[in-house]
Design a protein around this ligand. Structure first.
Ligand code: SAH
Ligand code: DHB
Ligand code: MG
Length: 218
């Protein structure tokens, strides 16, 4: 093969003009803070922004903030009055994310809630706010089946659900490790759910071999 997956990602990032200083500084801050390099790729981030625009989203729920790289991409896909609630277990990750979100100019549009996401999701349900238009699930993979159900309770017909890391280098076929098993179970929930129409696409690129699932609520 003439070029590797990462070479092609670099080419696509260049030709599609996916980078800018603000977003690159978020990634640099995450590496400087020694956060794991598991942010979405720039091209996946652009896809999240486009999905937010395509769905006309105003209220976004994210599960798994890390340093807020995907959060900033999602925020860029929202109108002025758009809001994001993003859930993160690690106080340290949340602290880095808060600084990054502020640096990107979205401090007043993004609320970071710290704690186990299942608890935060239950709290959101109790609070009974407006439904979310777009949900991005990207935290601990074994909980993905539960995140899907919890997120659905916070959605309306037409809401969009995106799930990251559903292929795990092909591991999803056997589900041998806990993360692959979680992704496998999540896909079974998506496929069998009476309220969801879903698909999944394999992705290759700078993040290796993985996949994104996308679903819409009936
Ligand atoms: N969406 C981010 C990457 C998220 S990485 C981006 O693309 O930029 C996954 C994150 O989920 C990590 O920060 C990890 O701390 C967090 N996480 C793991 N278990 C969690 C849980 N039970 N509740 C909430 N967040 C969790
Ligand atoms: C892992 C988590 C992610 O969200 C990701 O995009 C890649 C890897 C992980 O926990 O290994
Ligand atoms: Mg991910």
């Amino acid at each position: 093969m003439a070029s590797s997956w990462a070479d092609v990602d670099r080419f696509l990032e260049g030709v599609l003009d996916v980078h800018d200083t603000v977003l690159d500084e978020v990634l640099a801050a995450n590496r400087a803070a020694a956060l794991p390099a598991i942010d979405v790729s720039p091209l996946q981030g652009r896809l999240l922004m486009l999905l937010a625009r395509l769905s006309g989203a105003r209220r976004v729920l994210e599960v798994g903030t890390l340093g807020g790289y995907s959060t900033v991409w999602l925020a860029r896909g929202l109108p002025e009055e758009g809001r994001i609630v993003t859930l993160e277990l690690s106080p340290r990750h949340a602290e880095v994310a808060a600084a990054n979100v502020a640096g990107a100019g979205f401090a007043d549009r993004v609320e970071i809630r710290v704690g186990p996401a299942l608890d935060s999701l239950a709290r959101l349900r109790e609070e009974g706010g407006d439904p979310f238009d777009l949900v991005f699930l990207d935290a601990d993979k074994p909980n993905n089946p539960r995140y899907i159900e919890a997120a659905l309770a916070l959605c309306r017909p037409g809401s969009v659900l995106v799930v990251d890391n559903v292929v795990r280098g092909g591991g999803v076929v056997d589900g041998a490790d806990p993360a692959s098993a979680g992704s496998r179970e999540a896909l079974q929930v998506l496929g069998g759910h009476p309220r969801l129409d879903a698909t999944a696409l394999q992705t290759v690129g700078s993040k290796g071999w993985d996949g994104f699932a996308v679903a819409v609520v009936r």
